[in-house]
Design a protein around this ligand. Structure first.
Ligand SMILES: C=CC1=C(C)c2cc3[nH]c(cc4nc(cc5[nH]c(cc1n2)c(C)c5CCC(=O)O)C(CCC(=O)O)=C4C)c(C)c3C=C
Ligand SMILES: [Fe+2]
Ligand SMILES: [Fe+2]
Length: 331
């Protein structure tokens, strides 16, 4: 290693998002994402005709409209926020480690690709790479595809980098602290609702019965957060959003819960999405917009969405701490 080479580089990974909120770009994104057998693990003989014959002909136009409703001038919220996270983490590591650590962004699907992230770290001299998927809870449908893709890409290299891979941080004290801070800040500004809903992304139930620890990790995050906030059993609920397809998913489903809570006497809710490291279609449209309509039209009176950790100081501190701990011996 030359004196000028950085001790290591960080590859931040998120799921990805379309390049633009148009049907052709949404179709391109969905085709890559939904063709990953880690995401939809049905036999290709069954899944390929459904995907190519039905889903990719109907869903892109519908979903493009939803993306248009949340798109920002600078681009997709998920992309804009991920770039801010990358830049702020780089600055934070410079301050805490006193070194210029390259930090790059790679998306599992779409742009910037994982390949471009790896190439860029290599071009900056990083011979050791810490891969940090931005999912607090491990799932075979999100984190495992990052592992698969990195291994696949490195097959083309004669000289592979030294690698460390972060699997999860669902119970990291600074993650729970950052979530608690965001809830408390929200309460300070808007007041506290009767119930705090913690809405996690769902997955097919079968993935859990076959060994994915995702649901148990969501439950653990929710319980730790409730304890940190001193909430009683009546003051918080866990639920799972964004169901896709006909198979049974883990529950309770967020949309159904929102419709039933007013009949149980719960008229005001705060809702947050701890499985998402940044706001995106699934939080800004499905939860902030659609969820509000569902709850209010079912008789709810007050609905407040709490934004994701995004590029908040607490979140960047957490990511920097994970990097510092997991790269011990490298700096
Ligand atoms: C096919 C089934 C899906 C599984 C399993 C799944 C798991 C999963 N997803 C996230 C986070 C995100 N999902 C996003 C978009 C998205 N997810 C699915 C389907 C599954 N997700 C689809 C079809 C889409 C595209 C939108 C749509 O057509 O409805 C996104 C990106 C949103 C954006 O703003 O671009 C994220 C992030 C998690 C955390 C997860 C399992 C734990
Ligand atoms: Fe998803
Ligand atoms: Fe959705």
């Amino acid at each position: 290693m030359s004196d000028l080479a950085p001790p290591f580089g960080v590859l931040l990974v998120n799921l990805g998002t379309p390049d633009s909120p148009t049907a052709p770009d949404v179709k391109k994104f969905l085709k890559q994402f939904l063709s990953d057998p880690r995401v939809v693990d049905l036999s290709p003989w069954i899944w390929k005709p459904i995907l190519n014959g039905i889903i990719l002909n109907t869903r892109p136009a519908k979903v493009a409209k939803l993306y248009q409703s949340i798109w920002w001038d600078e681009g997709s919220p998920l992309m804009v926020i991920s770039q801010k996270q990358r830049d702020k983490l780089k600055t934070q590591l410079q301050q805490t480690l006193g070194q210029n650590i390259p930090v790059e962004l790679g998306m599992s699907y779409g742009n910037p690709s994982l390949q471009s992230g790896l190439d860029s770290l290599k071009a900056q001299g990083a011979e050791k790479i810490f891969v940090l998927p931005l999912y607090a809870q491990y799932s075979c449908s999100t984190v495992a595809p990052v592992y698969d893709a990195i291994a696949e890409l490195l097959k083309a290299e004669r000289n592979i980098p030294e690698l460390r891979f972060n699997k999860q941080y669902f119970d990291h004290p600074d993650y729970i602290k950052a979530l608690a801070e965001s809830v408390k800040n929200h309460w300070k500004a808007k007041g506290q609702a009767q119930v705090l809903l913690m809405s996690f992304h769902g997955v097919p139930l079968r993935y859990i019965t076959e060994g994915d620890p995702y649901q148990a990790q969501c439950q653990a995050t929710a319980e730790l957060l409730a304890a940190e906030l001193d909430l009683t059993q009546q003051q918080w609920r866990i639920c799972f959003q964004s169901q896709f397809g006909k198979e049974q998913w883990i529950g309770p489903a967020t949309d159904a819960l929102l419709e039933s809570l007013p009949t149980e006497g719960v008229k005001s809710v705060d809702i947050m999405c701890p499985a998402f490291s940044c706001d995106c279609l699934e939080t800004l449209e499905e939860i902030s917009q659609e969820g509000k309509e569902d709850f209010l039209s079912a008789g709810g009176e007050r609905y407040e969405f709490i934004e994701c950790l995004n590029d908040s100081a607490g979140h960047i501190d957490l990511l920097a701490k994970i990097v510092e701990l997991q790269t011990q011996g490298w700096h």
